[in-house]
Design a protein around this ligand. Structure first.
Ligand code: UDP
Ligand code: MG
Length: 300
């Protein structure tokens, strides 16, 4: 890692904006200028940290011409890794994250900063009147959002929005479970929701991207595994109880059928045993979650 434009003795700003950028030479410069002018106009003192995540184009050069701190990673580490580097280097406690691609409206930041006084995390939810999410991505996004909402017990309007304002100390607290890749935003959302932190969703627009997206179809599978893993970590009963109930109902149906035929089958017994095992594993995982994973949960 190699940080340029060191901050020196400048006073600590109210907000640090972290922008991960991987091959964003066209969009990055205008994005930095835009964010700076919106925040200056709103009277919010700020610093902007661009994390060049091993770009092979002119991203670093674009950042050097702007008033921002540039952190260069020697190779491509991933969205989450770039965010963590940037947030770790932030001088302020309040941190905003956004993309370098011109999609998220920086105009929402002043309101998000205001709301951050009342909530632990403020998320720009892409549910505004002017949202350009590619059609091919929508079914997978919908399914993952519904699954996460059901498992966490919260209505989540946008699971992995990349425009957020959050406290640096909260990211640090969950750093050990935050992934290196695109699942970073989904993980921090579920971690905060499952542990009783307050999350505010502010409707925003979402513009068409400048340059190519780095998300691939295979990332949908990563998101699915991630949702299950985070839930097993923080609220395992939500996963194991329904799975056990399904096995129990199948076993019970087969058992009743077998009784009418006066011929008890192995499959009915197997299903009922599976249900008991799943419930037992769920209870053990629940104990584990309660005992070890959130030692700092005492209110500030
Ligand atoms: N990005 C990154 N490293 C990566 C992939 C992406 O720093 O390995 C950056 C990218 O330049 C962008 C942000 O992370 O600023 C989000 O990526 P992208 O916009 O491609 O994802 P999408 O918004 O399409 O989900
Ligand atoms: Mg993007």
């Amino acid at each position: 890692m190699n940080a340029e434009t060191p901050p020196g003795d400048a006073p600590v700003p109210v907000l640090t904006v972290v922008i991960p950028a991987y091959n964003e030479e066209d969009a990055l410069g205008p994005e930095v200028d835009h964010i700076a002018s919106v925040l200056s106009e709103a009277g919010i003192t700020h610093e902007i940290i661009v994390v060049d995540d091993g770009s092979t184009d002119g991203t670093a050069e674009a950042a050097r011409t702007k008033s921002c701190t540039l952190i260069r990673l020697p190779r491509n580490h991933g969205y989450g890794a770039a965010l963590k580097k940037g947030i770790a280097a932030a001088r302020s406690e309040l941190v905003a994250i956004t993309d370098a691609d011109g999609t998220y409206p920086a105009e929402a930041l002043p309101e998000m900063v205001r709301l951050a006084g009342e909530y632990d995390m403020v998320v720009g939810a892409r549910t505004g009147g002017n949202v350009h999410i590619p059609m091919v991505r929508r079914p997978a996004k919908w399914f993952l959002r519904k699954l996460a909402s059901w498992l966490s017990g919260f209505k989540i309007p946008d699971l992995n929005s990349g425009l957020r304002v959050i406290r640096r100390s909260l990211v640090r607290r969950y750093a050990h479970i935050l992934p290196q890749g695109f699942s970073f935003t989904t993980t921090i959302s579920l971690a905060l929701l499952c542990n009783g932190f307050s999350v505010k969703y502010l409707p925003i627009d979402y513009r068409r991207r400048i340059g190519d997206s780095k998300i691939r179809a295979g990332h949908a599978w990563d998101f699915l595994l991630l949702i299950l893993r985070v839930m097993v970590l923080f609220n395992p009963l939500k996963v194991f109880l329904p799975m056990g109930a399904l096995a129990f109902l199948v076993g019970l149906a087969k058992f009743v059928y077998d009784v009418t035929k006066q011929d008890l089958s192995e499959s009915a017994v197997m299903c009922l045993l599976t249900a008991i095992l799943l419930w037992a594993i769920g209870l053990l995982a629940d104990q584990n979650a309660r005992l070890g994973l959130d030692r700092e949960a005492w209110p500030r």
